[in-house]
Design a protein around this ligand. Sequence first.
Ligand code: HEC
Length: 177
Amino acid sequence: MRNLHWAFLAAWALTMGALSNSAAQPASSAHTLTRPADIAFWPTLGSTMRTDGTPAAIPRQLRQVQMEPSAYRRLVETLRLSDGDTFAVLFYGVEHDTTHTPSLYFAQREQALAMEVIDRSHPDGRRFYVFQSGQTSASPRPPGNECAVCHAARGTFDGTFAHMYPTLAPLNLRDPS
Ligand code: HEC
């Protein structure tokens, strides 16, 4: 089962393109991001369960979406995103515990961290980052990356998936249609 998780993660990494983030921080690399030390204290907006893509749709990865606390407060108060507002998604493999009735899936160790920082001066309106497990700094993905393409095309609120998060859904955050 564990091998399966890593196989999926590898496939995900390939889909996302080569993950070339370096632990080194060259002086020329503007906007290099350090993994937030306090991320465990960021409020959780919601969670999604990714499946293995088979008709049986077996859960294979839990994704927990979090937001930097002051940005979350500002969003709730103003109903808008501002420069610097930061989202995080923690990726976990899942384990199936059949000793419970009904059985359940619970999160395993962290596989990766994806982050998104609002930046209106950027062509995509935001910067995207991927931290592999254990990685403490990451460089922004280049403009027009696949993260930005999907978020721009499918996001429902300012390039985000606010409608999927129970803490934000009641605010009815939607782009004007
Ligand atoms: C094919 C579509 C797609 C691609 C490509 C994609 N995402 Fe997302 N992203 C989503 C969806 C759907 C969600 C909703 C939460 C979830 O899936 O767990 C999301 C949520 C997020 C969030 C939480 C805030 C928000 O915008 O709702 C972050 C941060 C994020 N993604 C980062 C990334 C990064 C970094 C990449 C590229 C390495 C990426 N995403 C690529 C679809 C995509």
